[in-house]
Design a protein around this ligand. Structure first.
Ligand SMILES: O=C(O)CCC(=O)C(=O)O
Ligand SMILES: [Fe+2]
Length: 207
């Protein structure tokens, strides 16, 4: 976990010329490095950069050599770990509503896997924007880790609630597809990230 976060940090802290090779706003396959996803839609630029890596299905995933070397080993290891964890959690969620444990896997039929390495640099005017705008994730579930800088908030009723970073913690977000295939028994969680007011960058990795 620590190595994955550190590798994502190292990628983002390289000189712009190195990262520019990966700059791409077409996010439908392979490897793309970009910043504030809603650049051309939102009124205020959200304060974050990200490295997006398609890991599956095979026809969308880049070749192993296309993954920037600075994160390659860590990201591949994280993919194995997070995939197994996600499968185990999805089975438990299935059993949790009285279905046989493989039911969601049969229904989700997506097999999409995307790793996003987020980087939230210090924002000099954090009251004027967000790190990442409110959204729900599109897949089944998201496995999320971050460094110890706060910022993630989830919507609970009408309130935005801070998710306090805990050392070694892994966050599981229910996403849209699971809400659909569970007939709304599980709700896709709205979340956002505050602009980072700390001097140290906030790093998160979502898959
Ligand atoms: O940075 C975070 O904690 C959340 C990231 C996130 O929501 C996402 O990548 O979809
Ligand atoms: Fe998200």
């Amino acid at each position: 976990m620590e190595e994955t976060i550190q590798a994502v940090k190292s990628f983002h802290e390289q000189p712009d010329e190195v990262k520019a090779k990966y700059y791409d706003r077409e996010l439908t396959s392979g490897v793309a490095y970009s910043s504030n996803i809603d650049l051309y839609r939102a009124k205020a630029a959200t304060w974050h950069d990200y490295l997006q890596l398609w890991m599956a299905p095979e026809e969308r995933a880049g070749k192993l050599e296309d993954i920037p070397e600075i994160v390659r080993k860590e990201v591949v290891a994280w993919d194995v770990f997070a995939t197994k964890l996600a499968e185990d959690v999805v089975e438990l969620l299935c059993e949790g509503i009285g279905l046989k444990s493989t039911k969601f896997k049969e229904l989700s039929c997506s097999g999409l896997k995307i790793i996003v390495g987020n980087y939230y640099p210090h924002c000099p005017q954090p009251d004027l924007t967000l790190g990442l705008a409110p959204h729900t994730d599109s897949g089944t579930i998201t496995v999320l880790i971050s460094n110890q800088i706060s910022g993630l908030q989830v919507k609970h009723g009408q309130e935005w609630v801070d998710v306090k970073p805990l050392p070694g913690a892994i966050i599981i977000n229910i996403a849209d597809l699971l809400q659909i295939i569970s007939n709304g028994e599980y709700n896709s969680v709205q979340h956002r990230v505050r602009a980072n007011s700390c001097q140290e960058a906030r790093i998160s990795v979502a898959e």
